[in-house]
Design a protein around this ligand. Structure first.
Ligand SMILES: Cc1cc2nc3c(=O)[nH]c(=O)nc-3n(C[C@H](O)[C@H](O)[C@H](O)COP(=O)(O)OP(=O)(O)OC[C@H]3O[C@@H](n4cnc5c(N)ncnc54)[C@H](O)[C@@H]3O)c2cc1C
Length: 265
């Protein structure tokens, strides 16, 4: 078994409010847009790496934000103006350019974050709080299993980029169809399986794949991000049917069918 220690400091820097502007937008697949956000505010951005995410702040139109807009200012504003929060992963960070990338699944023009990402323009202001702590990439097990739908692709991509050379990884990603596949560079010994949903329900293929998968020998750990019900079922499967240690099972609800994220955060 690999015995590399977990670097806890790297994964636990505290977050704060960041005020950024959109620098570029790019469709990386038909249903996913990459926004590059930048600005002087990111000169001291502390990246936690891997699956770190942030909460985007959406204020009602017309809310006057005090300047400079800081974490304290956002807190002071809460009694009068509460933002709606939406969680997104930092897919890339270029410290020398003071910019980060976030990838948005376009799941409907009428939905708050998805609709916004479809219409946003260079120069638009984007306020967010973060980053969150991140999944430790230093493997403490013999192998890692990564499971997700398209909302978890940014996190899976970032984790794969950081996992060390030679570490055994199985990854399975459920996306709408072949056009949603994207390159996932890694130095790890990774096998990536793409599951094309077509007309199946969200998460059905991921659930089937994960529960029938032949796992490598040795001690393993599982990371996952997808719809809440799917993650709940897979948590139960890996702990109770496969007997994985709960501490090695990191499965997160990335969204909830039929509910906005207003009800989750
Ligand atoms: C830690 C974390 C990291 C995340 N990182 C990313 C990321 O990097 N990129 C990304 O695109 N998403 C990511 N997500 C998921 C994203 O936060 C949710 O999809 C969120 O609900 C989108 O907000 P919205 O305003 O567009 O839709 P909401 O207003 O929250 O929801 C509106 C409706 O859309 C449905 N819905 C929400 N998401 C989807 C979806 N993907 N497909 C189909 N229906 C959906 C809901 O069930 C609801 O009925 C992440 C979530 C978490 C918890």
């Amino acid at each position: 078994m690999s015995t590399v220690a977990t670097d806890t400091h790297r994964n636990r820097r505290p977050g704060r409010i960041h005020v950024t502007t959109v620098r570029r937008m790019r469709r990386i697949t038909p249903r996913m847009v990459r926004l590059t956000l930048g600005g002087d505010d990111l000169s001291e951005f502390s990246s936690n790496g891997s699956d770190q995410h942030v909460a985007l702040y959406f204020y009602e139109p017309g809310v006057e934000l005090p300047r400079p807009f800081t974490t304290d200012a956002a807190r002071a504003l809460l009694p009068t103006a509460k933002p709606r929060l939406r969680r997104y992963t930092i897919r890339g960070h270029r410290p020398e350019l003071h910019e980060v990338d976030m990838d948005f699944v376009l799941h409907g023009p009428d939905q708050l974050a998805s609709g916004w990402a479809e219409t946003v323009r260079p120069g638009d202001e984007v306020i967010w709080f973060g980053p969150s702590p991140a999944y430790p990439v230093a493997p403490v097990t013999d192998w890692t299993l990564l499971l997700g739908d398209e909302t978890a692709l940014p996190a899976i991509g970032a984790i794969l980029e950081e996992l060390p050379p030679g570490h055994r990884v199985l990854a399975a990603v459920e996306v709408a169809d072949r056009a949603e596949q994207q390159p996932l560079p890694t130095r790890a010994d990774a096998t990536v399986t793409w599951l094309h949903r077509h007309d199946r329900g969200h998460g059905e293929l991921l659930r089937e794949h994960a529960t029938t998968l032949q796992l490598p020998d040795g001690q393993g750990r599982v990371w996952g991000g997808a719809e809440r019900g799917v993650m709940r079922d897979l948590r139960h499967h890996f702990v109770h049917t496969r007997g994985l240690d709960r501490a090695d099972t990191h499965l997160t609800a990335y969204w909830t069918q039929g509910e906005t994220q207003d009800s989750e955060v």
